[in-house]
Design a protein around this ligand. Structure first.
Ligand code: NOJ
Length: 744
């Protein structure tokens, strides 16, 4: 290595960390950052630059075919790797980082990335469950805990949040997102970005976030993962893109391009999506990584004949980094030689990568995240476990509670605990559970036995999750007969949702439903605690089981959180972020649908209906009960004519009419009655969480601006149109009170 390069590289390592975020970099800091980036760039060979655009995986968690590569460590030494994923732990990351910064010519540190989706070691509820809390601060906090643990274990970058809107519960990845609504999804996307990244990326409690999968991935036809999407411009702009835009505006450091074919062009090669919308229209300054092998998958999609063409499509679309595909490594030099791409384009992508390395403080100290003592002290801290417990209990949704079966009396004499989920530690952390381990989980059985004393808990597994075996039924029914109360813990196994886990039949799997119905026939007080990574069809159990609590996949602190709610130490407050269908044939079903020219119900001929089932879902979006009740009164607006000059104020009185304190999520929906394109029957425009003592009344107010009434009109132009609007406020998307106003 020549002397100048060594000196320059050493001085680079001495550059101080740059305390900026992708969005907020103030002018001076931004200028300094750019200078530093350029000071490195100018020293790099073409090969080294392309190396920065290449990401390889370590040995764990491979989520697709591994591209052939000669020797990983040699590739790092040769400067052919800019980032690694799936390298875990302070010690291991230090070892690999050492190779990059001590043995490669440019000594540029690697970025380590990992799927930290709902916790790293302390596992929180799955994102869909967490979203059911509608708790912006809580969700932000969960992301911060995950970031703190991941950073302590050597990670710099999480491939989260997944902000794909999903309206088809057959799709296994609904578990990773925020559900069906763009407004809720956007607020939660921002919260997660803030949680992961904070305001200073060089802080040891923050890591880079990644908004994925850009875009439309959640719309997979037939709910089958990786499948085609065909989305109108209007739906793309109004339903699928808003959470991505919100994440970009919140300063998310990276985006991941999606696997899916979008309107004939796979997202990873979709110039309109990445170059035109993301990087130009939204002026996004962060870095775009492909999904795993999604560049070469464009050959299989049938839009590229070989890696050369696939690389051409992806790079010109604006994908900066190739995840585990080796396409950029081999093809960018040829594409440059043939003038399909330019050096300026390569430099621009490399800049986006180097910026992140500076922001993380890696040029200051490449080992800043590799300290085994700190790692040990940080993982599974009691305060993190408490946060996970709180997040879990806030995520539970009380779906039914006839005759006030819940809360259970803590002095209950005997409880029959039945079901495959009652003591299934691994199933409590579910898919994408980072380095979480079943051994750290407190199951429902364990916690119940601690609270009540083992003698009071009669446990029988009864059935497996999905094995078709009924030999355990008799023992389960016998146990139930002996007890005063039945707690039935059933649902999906932890790995039945997530990537490539689509299901065609989304009932409670296997023979479980049969056993639940048998248990219900005993006529005892019974609660079904449901574990699920997606909405399930619960129509039959809803008709017979008196109480149902949806626990999603609750995480490490499953048992304590569940007992808090079952025994009334915590009054359930979760609200569904996604519709639960009445029947499979209703899918896709979501609350903000269009009206059609013939809205109607089952008994009306020539109306938009089914002969055999109602149109309504079993449980609507926003639904969730409490141990108390809330009444909504006195909805009023400060004006019936709204000119847009000052915000419209909407006020409503919410009263706790029950006997115990409770948390309510007050939801605001709006309908534009006539538009230049048809508008949904309701759209969520705001929500507020409030705690009310028994008997207490609070007046809640929302403000609405013209922006809130805007949409993409007939000419695809964003704006509000004059006319009449209905305002709905209520406890869920169906149960609301309403008022009207006119926009002039
Ligand atoms: C493929 C998944 O689609 C993506 O979400 C994930 O981040 C990568 N694999 C890396 O594991």
């Amino acid at each position: 290595m020549n002397k100048i390069i060594i000196l320059a590289a050493l001085s680079i390592l001495g550059i101080t960390a740059c305390k900026t975020t992708v969005r907020q970099a103030p002018d001076n800091a931004e200028k300094n950052l750019n200078k530093r980036v350029d000071s490195v760039l100018v020293l790099m060979t073409l090969e080294e630059k392309i190396g920065q655009l290449n990401q390889f995986s370590g040995d764990g968690e491979l989520t697709g075919p591994v591209a052939l590569r000669p020797d990983l460590l040699k590739s790092i030494r040769d400067g052919k790797v800019g980032s690694m994923l799936n390298i875990n732990g302070a010690e291991y990351t230090r070892k690999i980082q050492k190779i990059a910064v001590e043995q490669s010519r440019m000594k540029i540190p690697l970025i380590f990335g990992y799927d930290v989706i709902h916790g790293y070691k302390t596992i929180f509820p799955i994102p869909l469950g967490e979203s059911a809390s509608w708790d912006i601060e809580g969700v932000e906090k969960a992301a911060r805990v995950a970031a703190t643990e991941a950073a302590a274990a050597g990670q710099h970058w999480t491939f989260a949040p997944m902000v794909d809107i999903a309206r088809d519960p057959r799709w296994g990845r609904v578990m990773e997102g925020s559900g069906e609504d763009p407004y809720l999804g956007s607020r939660l996307a921002e919260a997660r970005v803030r949680g992961f990244q904070g305001t200073d990326l060089s802080d040891k409690t923050t890591i880079l976030a990644c908004a994925k999968h850009y875009a439309g991935y959640g719309n997979a036809q037939a709910g089958r993962d990786y499948y085609t999407t065909d989305i109108s411009e209007n739906s793309l702009r109004e339903i699928y893109l808003p959470p991505f835009k919100a994440a970009a505006e919140a300063g998310v450091a990276t985006f991941m391009s999606a696997f899916n074919d979008l309107n004939g062009i796979p997202a990873t090669g979709n110039k309109y999506l990445i170059h035109d919308i993301l990087k130009t229209e939204w002026a996004y300054k962060g870095m775009v990584v492909s999904d795993w092998g999604s560049i070469s998958e464009m050959i299989i999609h049938g839009i590229a004949g070989n890696n050369y063409e696939a690389g051409d499509l992806a790079f010109n679309a604006g994908v900066d980094m190739d995840m585990e595909g080796s396409v950029y490594l081999t093809e960018l030099p040829n594409l440059l030689k043939n003038s399909k791409i330019t050096t300026a384009q390569i430099d621009e992508s490399v800049r986006r990568v180097l910026r992140l390395k500076f922001m993380l403080g890696l040029f200051d100290d490449p080992y800043r995240y590799c300290n085994t003592d700190y790692e040990k002290k940080t993982l599974l801290k009691p305060e993190f476990l408490n946060a996970a417990r709180d997040a879990a209990r806030k995520s539970f949704v009380l779906l039914k509670n006839d005759k006030q079966v819940l809360p259970l009396n803590p002095a209950v004499k005997s409880v029959a605990l039945i079901g495959p989920a009652a003591d299934a530690a691994n199933d409590m952390i579910g898919n994408w559970s980072g380095r979480g381990e079943g051994k750290d989980v407190i199951t429902l059985k364990k916690e119940l036995e601690t609270r009540l004393g083992a003698g009071k808990v009669i446990y029988a597994r009864g059935a497996g999750f999905n094995d078709g075996e009924k030999s355990g039924f008799a023992a389960a029914l016998a146990a139930a007969r002996r007890a005063d109360v039945i707690i039935a813990a059933f649902g999906e196994a932890g790995m039945m949702s997530g990537e490539s886990m689509s299901r065609a039949d989304i009932g409670i799997p296997g023979v479980q439903e049969e056993l639940i119905l048998e248990l219900a026939k005993l006529g005892k007080p019974m609660v079904l605690v449901l574990f699920n990574g997606r909405p399930l069809i619960l129509t039959k159990v809803n008709a017979t089981v008196p109480a149902i609590l949806d626990a999603w996949i609750p995480g490490t602190m499953a048992g304590p959180a569940l007992c808090d709610v079952l025994f009334g130490d915590y009054n359930p407050s979760g609200k569904l972020p996604i519709t639960f269908p009445y029947a499979l044939g209703q899918i896709p079903i979501f609350y903000d649908h269009k009206n059609s020219g013939r809205p109607g119900s089952q008994d009306q001929k020539y109306k938009s209906r089914y002969l055999d089932i109602p149109n309504d879902p079993l449980y609507p979006f926003g639904y969730g009960l409490s141990y108390t009740q809330f009444a909504y009164n006195n909805l009023n607006l400060n004006a019936s004519i709204f000119t847009g000059d000052k915000p419209l104020e909407i006020r409503v009185d919410v009263k706790n009419t029950g006997l115990v304190a409770g948390t309510e999520t007050v939801q605001l929906y709006i309908r534009d009655l006539v538009g230049s394109v048809t508008r949904p029957v309701k759209e969520l425009k705001g929500f507020k969480k409030l705690i009310l003592k028994a008997g207490e009344v609070q007046t809640i107010s929302f403000t609405v601006t013209k922006e809130d009434l805007s949409f993409y009109n007939r000419n695809n132009i964003w704006g509000a149109e004059p006319g009449k609007f209905t305002v709905f406020v209520g406890t869920n998307s169906q149960n609301t009170i309403e008022a009207g106003f006119e926009l002039k």
